[in-house]
Design a protein around this ligand. Structure first.
Ligand SMILES: NC(=O)C1=CN([C@@H]2O[C@H](COP(=O)(O)OP(=O)(O)OC[C@H]3O[C@@H](n4cnc5c(N)ncnc54)[C@H](OP(=O)(O)O)[C@@H]3O)[C@@H](O)[C@H]2O)[C@@H](O)CC1
Ligand SMILES: Nc1ncnc2c1ncn2[C@@H]1O[C@H](COP(=O)(O)OP(=O)(O)O)[C@@H](O)[C@H]1O
Ligand SMILES: [K+]
Length: 463
């Protein structure tokens, strides 16, 4: 698990006050990290274009030019000149080596974007756009210094943002790199230490980035245990029974001892799942909402929920009149996709916004919801899933586009339901369910279009 920051400037300042580093020392390390990367991947004499802005992001780029000069063919493009003191200093140094501003011409083996970093404070103007269009059109390896130019702190970006293959981010991970859209533009993300180890440079943060090594799988340690030792998940089976079959099958695969589908009428289901018309007395958790439709009248639903069992809620239930009442429960996990989350925000009076406004401010709206409902665990789905409760937030960036298919979300609710049924806390269930979901998808390595929900469930066995 890694820390994520909205703004790393307090960490940079702390580097100076606590560790007596200077900004110049930190900058030298930032430039060295990029130089190491380029030297490791490219032969001497490769051509490197470095496009530098007028602030310290540009100064990082100028320092990089100095470190590579002599071995590589360096082309510098400095369309705004230098404005920060360090940019002036770094420019004097490269000029002493005979390097100076030149127009962008032709193609290059490496393209480094050091136009704007954390100081981007207004929309890109025509000069920056012209450079970025040329850079994005090139075939060489594209490296962003700190953040791709055009990416704002909330994770939104300008249409002409730099599309990086690799982002070398300075000091610590920025949260902006993990918005849903940013997944499109950042490429691989590498953190550069700035003179002290990342562990020293960082301070605690409420936002965390999940990693594959954070996965913790169900573990059966008692040799004499039986199916009743591993919980019983009741999946409420609605109009579209397939959704609950997927969720139930995922839950069984993820270690739940028993899984029952709760339906009004008998439906055809796989042999390994059980069927019931009411919540079994042995149930330890309920999954509700996937494919629900209008199968149950309000009284029937009320009686299914007349208990205090942990709940995972998804899909149609967010539009049901009973949902506001369910929000008062403890042991609750919600797994909305963005459109469903806008419905939740509307219903709770937090915001009346459309999906694009939500996607531009995912972090903020998750924080608002979690502050209003501190007992509820929220899993906001997307290409970078956000999991939040109270003042703790986690981003799972491990999903792939293979998951963009009907039924993937049902698998996720089933996995979370499985862990709730086995006695995990709602937050643990959400984090571990989401990790298992995305890592199982990664096990499908044939292509990125063919994965079905049952392929995904199958790959839970390979974790
Ligand atoms: N602090 C440290 O210890 C370390 C910092 N490090 C590095 O510093 C970077 C932050 O540097 P920074 O604060 O100077 O901001 P930066 O991203 O260069 O941009 C500001 C400049 O851009 C300009 N500008 C803004 N928007 C614009 C637009 N749309 N169109 C045109 N111009 C625009 C703005 O102009 P102004 O608003 O002043 O007119 C100003 O000149 C950080 O990302 C990391 O790479 C590392 O070396 C590690 C140690
Ligand atoms: N581009 C993507 N990258 C990573 N994960 C994705 C992507 N698109 C969708 N997903 C994941 O797939 C799942 C889709 O869920 P959802 O939209 O509710 O589907 P359904 O309701 O049909 O089962 C979510 O877990 C989401 O995070
Ligand atoms: K940049």
């Amino acid at each position: 698990m890694q820390n994520l920051y909205l703004d790393v400037s307090p960490l940079d300042q702390r580097g100076v006050t606590k560790f007596a580093l200077s900004e110049e020392v930190m900058m030298e390390h930032a430039a060295m990290a990029m130089a190491h990367l380029i030297r490791a991947r490219f032969n001497a004499n490769s051509s490197v274009l470095i496009v530098c802005g007028s602030g310290n992001n540009g100064a990082d780029g100028l320092a990089l030019a100095r470190l590579l000069e002599g071995d590589f063919h360096i082309s510098l493009h400095i369309p705004f000149g230098a404005s920060s003191p360090l940019a002036h200093l770094q420019r004097d140094r490269v000029e002493a080596l005979g390097l100076k501003h030149a127009p962008i011409e032709g193609d290059y083996d490496v393209i480094v974007d050091a136009l704007f970093g954390s100081g981007l404070n207004r929309p890109l103007g025509p000069t920056a756009i012209e450079a970025l269009i040329l850079m994005n059109g090139m075939s060489g390896l594209k490296i962003a210094c700190d953040v791709p130019s055009g990416l704002y702190a909330e994770g939104t970006f300008d249409t002409n943002v730099f599309y990086a293959d690799i982002t070398v981010t300075m000091g610590a991970y920025k949260r902006s790199l993990f918005s849903d859209g940013a997944k499109e533009v950042c490429g691989e993300i590498i953190v550069a230490d700035l003179g002290v180890h990342k562990k020293r440079y960082e301070t605690p943060s409420p936002w965390k980035l999940l990693e594959s090594q954070d996965l913790s799988l169900p573990n059966r340690i008692r040799a004499s245990s039986h199916k009743g030792s591993y919980g019983h998940l009741a999946v409420v089976c609605g109009e579209k029974a397939g959704a609950s079959v997927i969720a139930g099958s995922a839950a069984l695969r993820f270690g739940t001892g028993l899984v029952s589908l709760i339906s009004n009428e008998n439906v055809t289901i796989p042999y390994e799942l059980m069927q019931s018309h009411s919540i079994p007395s042995t149930a330890t958790a309920i999954a509700l909402g996937m494919g629900l439709g209008v199968e149950f009248c309000d009284d029937e639903l009320s009686s299914l929920l007349d208990n205090t069992l942990p709940l995972v809620l998804d899909a149609d239930i967010f539009y049901h009149p009973m949902f506001s009442k369910l929000l008062k429960r403890t042991s609750l996990v919600l797994t909305p996709h963005p459109k469903e989350f806008t419905q939740i925000l509307r219903l709770t009076g937090i915001a009346d916004i459309d999906v694009s406004a939500l996607q531009s401010n995912r972090f903020t709206y998750v924080e608002k919801f979690c502050s209003a409902y501190p007992n509820t665990v929220l899993v906001l789905k997307g290409s970078n899933v956000i999991i939040g409760q109270g003042e703790e937030f986690y981003i799972n960036p491990l999903g792939t586009v293979a998951l963009a298919k009907g039924g993937s979300g049902d698998v996720l609710s089933g996995l979370i339901g499985a862990l709730l049924a086995q006695g995990n806390t709602p937050l643990e269930a959400a984090i571990q369910g989401s990790l298992a979901h995305t890592l199982a998808a990664q096990k499908f390595d044939k292509n990125n279009y063919a994965l079905t929900p049952f392929d995904l469930i199958e790959r839970i066995t390979c974790l």
